[in-house]
Design a protein around this ligand. Sequence first.
Ligand code: AP5
Length: 206
Amino acid sequence: MKIVFLGPPGAGKGTQAEKIVARLGIPQISTGEILRRAIREKTQTGLEAQSYIEKGALVPDDVVVRIVRERLAEEDCRGGYLLDGFPRTLPQAEALATFEKIDAVVTLMVPQELLIHRLSGRRVCAACGYTTHVDRGEEKCPKCAQNLTQRKDDAPESVKNRLVVYEEQTKPLVDYYAGQGLLKNVDGAGELEDVTKAILAALGCN
Ligand code: AP5
């Protein structure tokens, strides 16, 4: 199955994507993760993307479309995949439609005050990408014992900007995919396991 996850920053796309790909046996393609890795590795793409990401703006369409197109051409994507964080603009969605046929688009719906709580308390492991929240009280990464840190784009100014960018540039995709009969709205505000179950049900995978 070829799935797209839509939803504002902090909606739980990355967290839920991990559960869904484990269940369905497909790869998770997270453009945010690919770009952050490129920044860590100081590649040309990383250098280009860094300033956009840190201030909470979108990386130019041509850069992300190229990354996704190359990634989806790899062998492990033949049987399906979950796109986490792509497309995020109408031109990206239109570009995707020229080389892929998507089966379902899941939108995680979460009220804004909860998004801000989730983003301001999110902590990540710089070594392995493990994501948690200060509410869970973890002091070190439970997978590799490294320190947990805050993403630069989870600083308050950047979060504010990302929420505006979502409303202006990404939310129009809800109508775009609804018009194609692909949209599945899921309440993303509940407990982790409940949201996973709701997504699987929306995809017809119980
Ligand atoms: P990206 O990494 O995709 O960021 P995002 O879309 O802003 O989403 P987040 O990762 O912030 O949130 P999420 O929905 O994955 O939430 P999470 O599961 O972590 O992109 C980063 C940047 O890269 C962009 O701003 C842009 O610059 C660039 N970029 C990426 N793709 C691009 C594209 N296509 N075009 C252009 N630019 C692009 O959860 C958040 C927190 O909540 C965590 O602490 C988690 O533990 C907690 N949580 C989650 N679910 C629950 C729950 N049910 N109950 C309690 N806590 C929960």
